[in-house]
Design a protein around this ligand. Structure first.
Ligand SMILES: *Cc1c(COP(=O)(O)O)cnc(C)c1O
Length: 219
């Protein structure tokens, strides 16, 4: 299959999952994860109509996305990888959605940069639903307090929650936990589901799924 065909296939599978879970068709946003692929690999996907993309590294993104964004208006770029505070300025300048806010220090750095640059990327809080020591994200039980802190202390509007379930586990319970936490803290967006489990994520209420290899091929 060509990359265009794989994109269409993923979109058709999302639509089928929306119908099966009685959710409106089009209610789930596909974030095409283009990490490790270069501008020439990404252009055909943009040409096929895709506008929302995800990247996990700030520096890698700076090497391709300013040019791609200049070529096509209406691109929405999501940061889905861990963010260091010394990269906060670059992230605020380039990304439209930052999905990996997960500690006070980074929230403060983003708030400062957003004020300084007059830019307001949308923000999601990453939750480490599997309590994995090597994985970024706030602990589930601290999520509500952290979202409140971002809102009250830093005047940040938190729009969503994001999770990456442990690779070896059934993702359903993790998606259900993220959906429950989102209801508890009054957050509307749920970023969950990747190539291997995006249909399950749609069933559990994902508003966006982050799909890389099923579109771009293996990395
Ligand atoms: C790489 C990545 C994805 C996409 O993974 P695939 O299995 O290739 O679909 C999704 N989310 C995050 C956070 C990633 O780093």
């Amino acid at each position: 299959m060509s990359v265009e065909e794989r994109l269409q296939d993923v979109k058709a599978r999302i639509e089928k999952a929306e119908r099966l879970s009685k959710r409106p068709v089009g209610s789930v946003t596909l974030v095409a994860v283009s990490k490790t692929f270069d501008a020439d690999d990404i252009r055909p996907v943009i040409a096929a109509g895709q506008r929302v993309f995800g990247e996990n590294r700030v520096q890698e993104s700076q090497g391709k996305w300013p040019e791609l964004k200049a070529e096509t208006p209406g691109i929405e770029l999501h940061l889905i990888g861990p963010l260091q505070s010394n990269k906060a300025a670059d992230a605020v300048a380039l990304f439209d959605v930052i999905e990996t806010v997960d500690r006070e220090k980074i929230a403060r750095a983003l708030a400062d940069e957003m004020r300084r640059q007059g830019r307001a990327p949308k923000l999601y809080v990453q939750v480490n639903t599997g309590l994995e020591p090597q994985k970024a994200g706030i602990e589930p039980k601290e999520t509500t307090a952290f979202v409140e802190f971002c809102r009250k202390e830093l005047q940040l509007s938190i729009e969503g929650l994001m999770c990456i379930p442990p690779a070896e586990e059934n993702p359903g319970p993790h998606f259900a936990l993220l959906a429950k936490l989102a209801r508890e803290c009054g957050v509307a967006k749920l970023s969950m589901g990747m190539s291997g489990d995006f249909e399950t994520a749609v069933e559990f209420g994902a508003t966006s799924v982050r799909v890389g290899s099923a579109i771009f091929g293996s990395r």
